[in-house]
Design a protein around this ligand. Structure first.
Ligand code: ATP
Length: 264
């Protein structure tokens, strides 16, 4: 049996580093997500959000750092850690020669949850408007339908940690509503959810707390009230606070690089 090393948070990331050749995509990031919490992962393009999520779900191998899921160390106890997770990628790449139903069934088989598959599949197909396409090949789905399929696949096993990378992109308003309601329902049931998004109004309504990344590092973290206090912007929206904090950090970074460059 695997030994659980910690149960303080559903997800605990410590000092994560990941680089691609000369690009330091994630640089010493630490974060945690408790059970019963939706945490937003925000940041400008290239901040390192997707790289962070891909390291957490095991698609990318970190250069350094520790990732603990539900008390299981991902590096040493990969299987039980992954059993607890579901990932909704930004650009899903499903198996095109399976039908929608076969694809969801395939995922259920991979996670060993075929016992609940038959009761779950009908609900998921209806909820995400995939019933009509149940027997269609995945290759024939529209982009938004493929995204809905990725969402349905994430809900087919009993994950406790949901990692969502821009999950609402490409999904129609009803699908977005269903997904947001489902994430809130899962949070209320005690699941932990980490969701990256550029939709700051959605993040403000959906998330209990946010983490703002910039240049691979954590720039700020907290509830809206805590971030407003940090930015000295009481009563402002998350968007206003985000823009202020990221702009200030960029200006400070630019000043450091200017002072470090040799005189012309
Ligand atoms: P966005 O909001 O645009 O999706 P992001 O915050 O998700 O951005 P990442 O996709 O994690 O950012 O990228 C972080 C940095 O790592 C960027 O500079 C990016 O160009 C680089 N990067 C990401 N993946 C690779 C890769 N496979 N090879 C080389 N560089 C990469």
């Amino acid at each position: 049996m695997f030994r659980r090393v910690s149960v303080t948070a559903m997800l605990e990331v410590t000092d994560l580093h990941k680089s691609f050749r000369n690009v330091q995509a994630v640089n010493g990031l630490s974060l945690h997500v408790q059970a019963g919490e939706i945490v937003g992962l925000l940041g400008p393009n290239g901040a390192g959000k997707t790289t962070t999520l891909r390291c957490i779900c095991g698609i990318l191998q970190p250069d350094a750092g520790q990732i603990v899921v539900g008390g299981y160390d991902l590096a040493r106890q990969e299987r039980p850690a992954k059993q607890l997770m579901a990932f909704i990628p930004e650009a899903p790449n499903p198996y095109e020669l399976l039908t929608v139903r076969e694809h969801i069934q395939f995922v259920a088989m991979c996670y060993g949850t075929m016992d609940t598959f038959h009761e779950r599949i009908e609900e998921l197909l209806h909820r995400f408007d995939l019933k009509e396409k149940e027997h269609a090949l995945v290759a024939t789905l529209s982009k938004g339908m493929k995204q809905k399929l990725a969402v349905a696949c994430a809900f087919v096993h009993n994950a406790r940690l949901f990692l969502c990378d821009e999950p609402l992109i490409g999904i129609d308003p009803k699908g977005q509503h269903e997904l947001k309601s489902e994430l809130q329902r899962l949070r209320d049931e005690g699941c932990a959810i980490l969701v990256s998004t550029h939709q700051l109004d959605t993040a403000e309504r959906l998330c209990d707390r946010v983490i703002i990344m910039q240049s691979g590092r954590k720039l700020a973290e907290g509830t809206l009230a805590e971030l407003q206090a940090q930015a000295q912007m009481a009563g402002s929206t998350l968007e206003q606070v985000f823009l202020r904090l990221t702009e200030e950090a960029k200006d400070a970074g630019d000043r450091v690089s200017e002072s470090a460059s040799p005189d012309q």
